[in-house]
Design a binder for this molecule. Structure first.
Ligand code: PGA
Length: 251
């Protein structure tokens, strides 16, 4: 592990209620008191209902907040139940997760993800763009092809890549307790970074890994030095586990 900036994105999925805000105290104290956390960015992505309370709670700390989705349009309008990037940004929220496989599984296609990314960037949100292959695609050795196609389609007509982080999340590893083989993950990360800089004109591509990251496997995952951080689902809802994960990445 180097001293470079590392991202720890806590994806709370459809969990949490107003009282959950208090569970952030431990992480706030940890970030404030531990010098080794200086070079890391912690970003909480709670459900929409908790974005505002989280932002209030995290005010005057260096911990940031993100949403888990946004509409494909930033115009106000009738789609009942939708929330757009402008609304999210108005809360002083800084990030949004887009292209998550749990949304893709419900029919979200690359062209819609592309519109969402454009809309989010236009509203000055930073995008955590998730890509990943299913287990069938992996078995058929289609991983690289799928990842490239998700990137190319998702980033169509996106010129400025500065505010985009790529989160590689193999679908088969999300919530399953299974993580990729270290050499596979290292290769994929290298491959993605080369493609992002050479073909997609990223200046300094950042690639995070997500899928069953836990205090148990982080000591293995941290050995992949070309990764820029982690997108953590289940384990991130427990402050002790999140702190444990972060601590174990320290030298
Ligand atoms: P997990 O989820 O850590 O619970 O596997 C990761 C994610 O879905 O972003």
């Amino acid at each position: 592990m180097t001293n470079k900036l590392r991202y720890f994105v806590a994806n709370w999925k459809m969990f949490g209620h107003l009282n959950s805000v208090n569970s952030l105290n431990k992480v706030i104290n940890f970030k404030k008191k531990n010098k080794k956390t200086k070079n890391l960015k912690i970003i909480y992505c709670p459900p929409f209902t908790l974005i505002h309370p989280f932002i209030q709670k995290l005010k005057n700390t260096s911990i940031m907040t993100g949403a888990q989705n946004c509409s494909f349009t930033s115009k106000y309008g009738p789609p009942t139940g939708s929330i757009n990037a402008k609304m999210i940004k108005s809360l002083k929220c800084e990030y949004v997760i887009l292209g998550h496989s749990e949304k893709r599984a419900k029919g979200e296609k690359d062209n819609i993800i592309n519109k969402k990314i454009i809309s989010a960037l236009k509203c000055k949100l930073k995008v955590i763009f998730c890509i990943g292959e299913t287990s069938i695609q992996k078995k058929r050795r289609l991983t690289k092809k799928i990842l490239l196609s998700q990137i190319i389609r998702g980033l169509k007509k996106v010129k400025n890549k500065k505010n985009i982080l790529i989160a590689y999340e193999p679908v088969w590893s999300i919530g399953s307790g299974v993580i990729p083989k270290i050499e596979d993950l290292e290769n994929t990360t290298n491959y993605l970074k080369l493609f992002l800089s050479n073909k997609m004109k990223f200046k300094n591509p950042k690639v995070l890994y997500g899928g069953s990251v836990s205090p148990k496997n982080i000591s293995i995952l941290k050995k992949i030095t070309n990764l820029d951080g982690f997108l953590i689902g289940g384990a991130s809802q427990n402050s002790d586990k999140l702190i444990d994960i972060i601590k174990k990445t320290f030298n």
